[in-house]
Design a protein around this ligand. Structure first.
Ligand code: ZN
Length: 396
């Protein structure tokens, strides 16, 4: 791999010129990739082959600015799908299953990876593209789909819609749900709720457009395995960049091994994880991320001296099925961050008791106070892909 990159990949050539072990090679950051694509538009210099060798182009969601474009050759794409198949195998998907992929099928890679990996393992897959939520529900029920692939938020939204229309999804044929894009499926209360509503087993999966599908859950539901046949994980202190011990919380750094067309070496994911090498009940030897992705290096909230991730707040809110949608607002006053929650409730419930219960649990479990208010139905945005429920308001 090194010699191929040295020969023709202008992005990695200067980084690989000295023959160093992986642990001494420079990190790759998203900012560098974005800058490289801006300077060398449109695809940047991380191309191992001439552009004509590539047959697929996908792009990131561009939540934080201009989207990254990512190209794959047929060989790299085949590798991408092979990694996705591990996600399905981990969750127990098998021949005879019927997948429903509840996405819009735009240029985001996850839709296509999920769909085509099923084909590669000879499992039926149905596209949810170009359909309303109601139509998707109909397709799931009428076609007797057995596996639902979507974001955790969207699994809940489909369930809401089903309840409104009086459709029984709990006794539908769906037996497995697989989620990515948000940490939700690894948040205990979110997982429990999806499993209860769908009468299914719910699995988390982690991946990035530029890296590939590197993480999957097994049927033991004991954290997210990293596919170490295809990826090399490291955990570093995001400030000092020093390696951390297994079991310490730090930033996940990933090297992928089979995507030669547009590879990544020591890529800083920005995701905080805790790895475990304890044996898993499933028998796999690969390392696991305990609790999945815990948060982003840049979304830690500090409320009156208490550090926490938005997922911890979500875990509490999702214990209360009366809450249909919510948003978290963090504002800074006199150097201190304060937390305000907006809740949209089912119209049949008494808001004051829900507000009181959530307030009490935030205090007991996380030792924080929040200003909590209920807002009218339909006021908060609904999300189909990556949810953006947290807003930082800085008056200064
Ligand atoms: Zn396992």
């Amino acid at each position: 791999m090194r010699s191929t990159l040295l020969r023709s990949n202008y992005f990695y050539r200067p980084r690989l010129e000295r023959q160093l072990p992986l642990s001494e090679l420079p990190f790759t950051s998203k900012a560098e990739l974005v800058e490289d694509q801006a300077m060398n538009a449109p695809f940047g210099t991380n191309l191992t082959y001439p552009v004509s060798s590539y047959t697929r182009m996908h792009q990131t969601s561009g939540t934080a600015g201009k989207p990254l474009l990512w190209l794959d050759t047929p060989e790299s794409w085949d590798w991408f799908l092979r990694c996705w198949e591990e996600v399905y195998r981990g969750a127990g998907v098998r021949t005879g299953d019927c997948l429903f992929v509840a996405f819009s099928f735009g240029p985001f890679i996850g839709f296509w990876g999920a769909f085509e990996a099923a084909q590669r393992m000879k499992v039926m897959a149905l596209s949810g593209g170009g359909q309303s939520t109601a139509q998707r529900l109909r397709t799931i029920l009428d076609r007797q789909a057995t596996v639902l692939v979507c974001t955790p938020t969207y699994a809940l939204r489909l369930a809401d819609e089903a309840a409104e229309e009086g459709l029984d999804i709990r006794s539908s044929s769906i037996r497995i749900t697989i989620h990515a894009g948000e940490p939700g499926a690894s948040i205990p209360s979110v997982r429990k709720r999806i499993q209860d509503l769908w009468g299914a087993r719910t699995y988390d999966h982690t991946g990035m457009t530029e890296v590939g599908a590197y993480g999957f859950e097994c049927e033991s539901q004991a954290g997210v395995h990293i596919n170490e046949d295809e990826f090399i994980p490291e955990v570093i202190d995001p400030v000092t960049l020093q390696p951390m011990e297994t079991g310490e919380r730090g930033e996940l750094v990933i090297t992928n091994l089979g995507r030669l067309g547009m590879p990544l070496i020591r890529y800083r994911t920005g995701d905080l994880v805790v790895l475990s090498r304890q044996p898993c009940a499933c028998g796999r030897k690969s390392v696991r991320m305990v609790g999945g992705i815990l948060g982003r290096t840049d979304d830690m909230i500090t409320v009156r001296g208490v550090n926490l991730f938005p997922s911890a707040v979500e875990n509490i809110i999702r214990r209360h099925p009366e809450v249909v949608e919510f948003s978290i607002e963090v504002s800074r006053r006199r150097q201190m961050q304060e937390l305000a929650l907006k809740l949209e409730l089912r119209d049949t419930v008494d808001g004051s008791t829900v507000v009181e219960r959530i307030g009490r649990e935030l205090l007991l479990d996380l030792h924080i106070r929040a200003v909590i208010e209920c807002v009218p139905a339909g006021q908060l945005p609904r999300f189909e892909l990556k949810s953006r429920r947290i807003r930082v308001v800085d008056p200064a």
